[in-house]
Ligand binder design. Sequence first.
Ligand code: AMP
Ligand code: ZN
Length: 133
Amino acid sequence: MNNCIFCKIINKEIPSNIVYEDDKFLAFLDIAKATNGHTILIPKKHVKNVLECDDETLGEMMIIAKKIATNLINKLGAEGCNILTNCNEVAGQTCFHFHIHIIPRYDAKDALEINFNESKKQELSEVLHTILE
Ligand code: AMP
Ligand code: ZN
């Protein structure tokens, strides 16, 4: 993908701070870190988002994400982490090359805030019915 910033990072056309690299994956520090050590993990094969990623790649990627997260927590003295992916613009995706954010957490009040705000009440049984039909 010519215009993809993450493909340019893979091709070393753009510099990055590489945390992990193998023949299929690359992980580098996020340029606008939410917390210390915020890392972006990407497959070298360009796919748009998690839903377009093949199962085998996705499986391997989660294992690598776990290893990176464990290392970040141990080395940086974090208490935990958020491992997440934004899928499509509506969910906050801004770079359309699939990536997993690995965000070490130091304190509930550090720079990342994830809130599950309550939305309009809907019967769970109705939702379930729609999902399962
Ligand atoms: P998302 O909003 O989930 O698409 O996340 C894209 C992430 O990529 C953001 O957190 C950006 O700060 C990060 N990012 C964008 N460009 C670069 C870059 N050149 N080097 C490192 N991280 C980047
Ligand atoms: Zn790309």
